[in-house]
Design a binder for this molecule. Sequence first.
Ligand SMILES: *[C@@H]1O[C@H](CO)[C@@H](O)[C@H](O)[C@H]1NC(C)=O
Ligand SMILES: CC(=O)N[C@H]1CO[C@H](CO)[C@@H](O)[C@@H]1O
Length: 424
Amino acid sequence: MISVIVLSSVLAVVSASNFNQDFTITWGDGRVKILNNSQPLTLSLDKTSGFGFQSNNEYLFGKIDMKLKLAPRNSASTVTAYYMEHPLESSRMQSRCSVPKEPTHEIILKKKQRAVAAMWLTHFHLWRCRGFAWVRVIDSSLAGECIYTDGASLSTLFIVVSASNFYQDFDITWGDGRAKILNNGELLTLSLDKPSGSGFQSKNEYLFGKIDMQLKLVAGNSAGTVTAYYLSSQGSTHDEIDFEFLGNLSGDPYILHTNVFSQGKGNREQQFYLWFDPTADFHTYSVLWNPQRIIFSVDGTPIREFKNAESVGVPYPKNQPMRIYSSLWNADDWATRGGLVKTDWTQAPFTASYRNFNANACIWFSGSSSCSSSSSNSNAWFSEQLDSTNQERLKWVQKNYMIYNYCSDVKRFPQGLPPECNMS
Ligand SMILES: *[C@@H]1O[C@H](CO)[C@@H](O)[C@H](O)[C@H]1NC(C)=O
Ligand SMILES: CC(=O)N[C@H]1CO[C@H](CO)[C@@H](O)[C@@H]1O
């Protein structure tokens, strides 16, 4: 296999793009070609060798753009790297070509950096690029690719907007073959039978983001089954943002159960019916999580808003990175009509499907956020709130489809409703 990538540069210090002037080819034995002025630099990788090049200049701060066109389809297990690195550390690059060493966890911006690019085949381990860090992929059959937007500056490269690929973004964690990634990573299915359910989780941890997933729920008689889709951090004082879909007898409505945990404390349930049959087709379930609010949406319609109420003493999830989890399991001891309706195992296996995952999010890695550069905060979702139209839609859902709200459950809170319930 020969993979070719094409680069055209706008490495703007003073000069117009000229690879001859700005870069030195460091290795690859003829596999890197600098073409004519108007034409880009092309790089190719084959079984024998990758390639690399580096900038002639060293930089200390800057806004650096590079256009890349990556190796087209079927670039599985190739890695294209484009990064800034202190020259003394560049020896590492050679070793990555055979067996990659431990990943570089961070760039130290105080040192002068060189812009470096390389492409190589991963042999023993698969590696993923997260910003500037290389992360080993444990049990995926495909390597990820670095996804660069045309002309993106280095600071915006920190924000990861990836096309949906379940191999790249998720690990199946349990279910002994009952969870499957299909169609080249475009579809994931979970199934449940009497011996077991199944589940998956995201490879990344996120701290804030706008995260969409399309789900098609268990059809027919799904009573007793629960499809949980949620974000959660670790530990006893964890934060959590929950969607749970409680199945029902054929023709009876699912319940969409939501909850928000902060510092280990939940008890903030709101439940809804849906205005469509969630088993007939895929629908988009989204979480917007920024420092001010958490908004749950269904097909773009907000159904719940949980505001940051720290001002009235309510902890808000903002310090603990969360992973995305999903599972399909049997909960016939409580799920459907309080456990009255049992799972009908003659209908097994039960199946739920997932597709079009999209995370416009800050990835937490090795103790820091991919959004620590200030540029990311200019991303609209980071300060998004409901406009008047969406406030109306939220009211519409809450008036017509909400079947339980902890904030109205005065019996449950005889000492008074939780403080966030009194915020407008
Ligand atoms: C199932 O259908 C019944 C009857 O319409 C309804 O009361 C209940 O809320 C539905 N959902 C669940 C999960 O029990
Ligand atoms: C004007 C110029 O630089 N022409 C070059 C274009 O590229 C070919 C091969 O890539 C060279 O042979 C030409 O000299």
